[in-house]
Write a protein that binds this ligand. Sequence first.
Ligand code: PLP
Length: 455
Amino acid sequence: MKRSHLIKPILDHNYPTVSHGSGIYLYDMDGNQYIDGSSGAVTASIGHGVLEVVDAMTEQASKVSFAYRSHFTSEAAETLAQKLSELAPGDLNWTFFVNSGSEATETAMKIAIQHWQEKGYERKNRIVSRWTSYHGITMGALSMSGHVLRRKRFVPLLEDFPGISAPYCYRCPYNSEPSSCRLQCANELETAIQRIGSENIAAFIAEPIIGASAGAVTPPDGYYQRIKEICERYDILFIADEVMTGIGRTGKMFAMEHWGVTPDIIALGKGMSAGYTPMAATLVSDRVMEPILKGSKSIMAGHTYSANPLSAAVSLEVLNYIERKNLVQEAEEKGQYLLQQLHGLAERFDIIGDVRGKGLLLGLEFVSNRISKKSFRLQNGITTRIVNKAFEKGLLIYPASGAIEGIEGDAVIISPPLVISNEEIDRLVKMLEASIEELQHELHAEGLIENMQAI
Ligand code: PLP
């Protein structure tokens, strides 16, 4: 076999070669069809092969694809920034364009630090985040992330940013029941601030719904209101990392709208261009920009491709498409339908411990004992096994395990394109059901499922 020169995620894995895509489907060169049940990495939100986007891409490319941001602005980037300021809540009226979610959160971190510097608070440069979190793969973004597997090799090089517990209700860090929840995990932010000193903290960052490290973990009502109150009380900026949740995925344009809370800075990526081009952004409020506008007048961040006209035109068409097709509303409605079906699966299969999420960002957590909620051992590789089984059947789902032995379990994200129909959801669920059934059967035979007694 011809050798490959491409570094792929697993070097000795034999990946099929993608051929083309249409709607919720992807096809490989052997003619196999796959349901994109996770929109790739929660990205392809308008589905594959949308010709309106291809047209926008061609039109812009035929005029100009690249002009350096230090030399020119462009109509495409200006219009996109204006559109985002119209869509965003509150006074989030400024946009800094980047090319990936990691760059968006890293830029958010830098803008928060710069905001305080320009106000004369040089020491306000720590970022508080949550242990169960993923904010990106670059060093700054990884410093803010709790994803153990992705951090492990680089820990000595990372900033030692403080962390707090996540609002992981299924495995409540305070052992509370929903009925007796006093939002202690949110109050932990206040305790951390008092320990570290608000004079040392620039911002708190959180994914509205936790994605890659835990599988659509959704906080209890009141959580973000409390977080925001604490941030305001101690003069700390609140960064919402909406890279996965933003642009309609959860049934609102921005997931923070579910809780009526307006962040100071929002990081966007993934769904912003729905995978048609690398594109991401950091949205910044007037209040955060004010001292910078009065001071240095320049954000100390940026990449060669930031705000390039081609990506901006593509992203603009994606946003317009989402509006024209009413896809935010669709995400809410189709999400309800899919959620109901996933709850149906949980009634059938003992290994499903939790079903969670909002809109079309839904997660399943797998357990070896449903009553005690005991996780499988890391070496049993349950997340990989379920993802592989689904793949063999032609269903793509997203692995979302933080890989922390004994703390977090195995989880997957189900997040199909927002254009999915009810019939397509039925098909997706049937394939998922067959995959889980097969896995549960094997796990029983391997003696890995405990009898359903609390231990
Ligand atoms: N933030 C969140 C919430 C994410 O889910 C991700 C990626 O999964 C990132 C940041 C990093 O984005 P990217 O992979 O585009 O760098």
